[in-house]
Design a binder for this molecule. Structure first.
Ligand SMILES: Nc1nc2c(c(=O)[nH]1)N(C=O)[C@@H](CNc1ccc(C(=O)N[C@@H](CCC(=O)O)C(=O)O)cc1)CN2
Ligand SMILES: Nc1nc2c(ncn2[C@@H]2O[C@H](COP(=O)(O)OP(=O)(O)OP(=O)(O)O)[C@@H](O)[C@H]2O)c(=O)[nH]1
Ligand SMILES: [Mg+2]
Length: 456
């Protein structure tokens, strides 16, 4: 599919910089820039080979706009698959604007958000999930998020989905062939083999769907709620982890009213720590609201830190909390160990298998705690080639594909006629195709690419 207009945009961030890159893509790109480029070698840009770079002056009539480097990419060998020119100019906003305006006057159009990448997709340079990974890659702010996006951009996810889709397609054709012979008792598709394929697809889809929970927390930061009674040192702990005076600390019980959240990367994984109001019975209205929020945060958290003072016996409270949140991963942490002796610590250790000991105030045990959190999150153990789903749209399509596959399976078990099974198979094929973009609509594409930045 060839877009007939030529688009231009600043590829580097707006504002002043050492160098700015302006990108032009489309059929006019090379001839337009060639007309305004005076190379130091005097050779016409049009006559240069693809993937070469040239020094010269960019001219608007007799006026020199800037001394620039121009890179040339000839279709189909470019990022977008079209003719592409990149101009590296001096990074003043004035020069950037002068150059862009020159080419807008000469027939280019401003690119919309994500339009270069959309063209790359439309020209078959990448599939939809790879294009989406480009946006994720730009947004990634931790090693883990970066790794997932990179893996998706290289096509790991697409390959898995396409392979499944191809195998399913082969069977769909055989089943549909049976339709042509309806009335005659023929079976082209080997039911036993088909059953195995369905099992395999179900497993792959389920694994991908399960990976979404992990993918999501990696993208948004693993939420960890810090809860406990007033004055046990929750806010001190938050500050110690962040290494910053983020929350107010005081010896007055009930200091923290609202929740306080912040993110930090540990071992390349983003965590979001949530300090909460101390849990107690209170008649103070505002404090009650804060405590209700603390309980909400427990619900949302992937991991809950229950903090208490090492010197105090909290067996009853710990039991109550564990009873109330049976499905939650609750990590017990005894604080203020600077106030107790070794013997006391040993007795707590005996009582609670996985307890951690810290002094939030002195920083003792904080590094160990971070390592424990990293290993509990199991995001640190992310394999290089693991495919992790992070995108809501993919998750939704995977769920629908799985649902359709399960219907096919039920149909098989009930020895349903081929025509009914064919409908469910088509449905599964459709949803798998949605992920890679082998089936897509203009609305969908518009929606996806409009979330990109301009110039990408
Ligand atoms: N200056 C610049 N840097 C950039 C990009 C860019 O567009 N321009 N990229 C944009 O995201 C990324 C690199 N991605 C790219 C992917 C493909 C091609 C390309 O020209 N592909 C051709 C030819 C490959 C060859 O033979 O060397 C092709 O696929 O046919 C260029 C950049 C990151 N850095
Ligand atoms: N000795 C000692 N004191 C600590 C330690 N950690 C915190 N404190 C003190 O305990 C008091 C309460 O600390 P905060 O961090 O405000 O406690 P909190 O749990 O956030 O309290 P609320 O916000 O009221 O629920 C402060 O005076 C801290 O200095 C510690 O490890 N050892
Ligand atoms: Mg507090």
């Amino acid at each position: 599919m060839i877009q007939n207009d030529t688009i231009i945009a600043l590829a580097t961030p707006s504002g002043a910089g050492a160098i700015a890159v302006i990108r032009i893509s489309g059929s006019l790109a090379i001839s337009l820039v060639s007309e305004h480029f005076k190379s130091v070698t005097n050779k016409k840009l049009k006559e240069q080979k693809s993937h070469t770079i040239h020094l010269g002056h960019l001219m608007d009539g007799e006026m020199v706009l800037d001394e620039v480097l121009v890179s040339i990419f000839k279709n189909p060998h470019s990022y977008t698959g079209e003719d592409v020119i990149e101009i590296s100019c001096h990074g003043s906003p004035y020069i950037q604007q002068q150059i862009i305006q020159l080419f807008l006057r000469k027939g280019c159009r401003m690119a919309s958000a994500g339009e270069f990448t959309m063209r790359a997709f439309l020209n078959g340079k990448m599939d939809l999930s790879q294009a989406e990974a480009v946006a994720d890659l730009i947004a990634s702010d931790s090693a883990a998020a970066h790794q997932i996006a990179m893996q998706q951009m290289r096509g790991g996810f697409s390959t898995t989905i396409n392979d499944l889709r191809q195998e399913l397609l082969n069977f769909a054709s055989l089943i549909e062939l049976e339709l042509d012979f309806s009335g005659e008792d023929v079976e082209f598709a080997d039911r036993r083999q088909f059953n195995l394929l369905l099992q395999k697809i179900t497993k792959v889809l389920k694994d991908l769907i399960d990976s979404f929970a992990l993918g999501n927390v990696i993208k948004n930061g693993i939420p960890i709620a810090i809860v406990g009674e007033p004055n046990v040192g929750k806010s001190t702990l938050l500050n110690a982890i962040l290494n910053e005076e983020r929350a107010i600390v005081s010896d007055i019980p009930g200091t923290t009213r609202d929740t306080v959240e912040d993110q930090i990367a540990i071992g390349g994984v983003n965590f979001r720590f949530i300090d909460t109001a101390g849990l107690r019975d209170t008649s103070d209205k505002v404090e009650q609201i804060g405590i209700a929020r603390a309980f909400e945060k427990i619900e949302q958290a992937q991991l809950v830190i229950y903090l208490f003072e090492a010197a105090k016996n909290k067996d009853a409270e710990i039991n109550t909390l564990r009873e109330k949140y049976k499905d939650k991963n609750i990590l017990l942490i005894a604080n203020k160990i600077d106030e107790v002796d070794e013997e006391h610590i040993a007795s707590l250790q005996n009582k609670y298998a996985k307890i951690q000991f810290i002094s939030a105030k002195t920083g003792l045990g904080i590094e160990d705690l971070k390592q424990t959190l990293l290993s509990l999150s199991n995001a640190g153990s992310l394999g290089k080639n693991d495919t992790i789903v992070t995108n809501n749209r993919h998750y939704d399509a995977l769920l629908k594909a799985l649902e359709a596959i399960q219907k096919v399976k039920e149909g098989m078990d009930m020895e349903l006629s081929s025509d009914l099974m064919a409908i469910d198979i088509r449905e599964a094929l459709f949803h798998l195709g949605e992920i890679t973009g082998s089936v897509s609509t203009d609305d969908l594409l518009g929606n996806i690419f409009s979330n990109f930045c301009i110039g990408k």
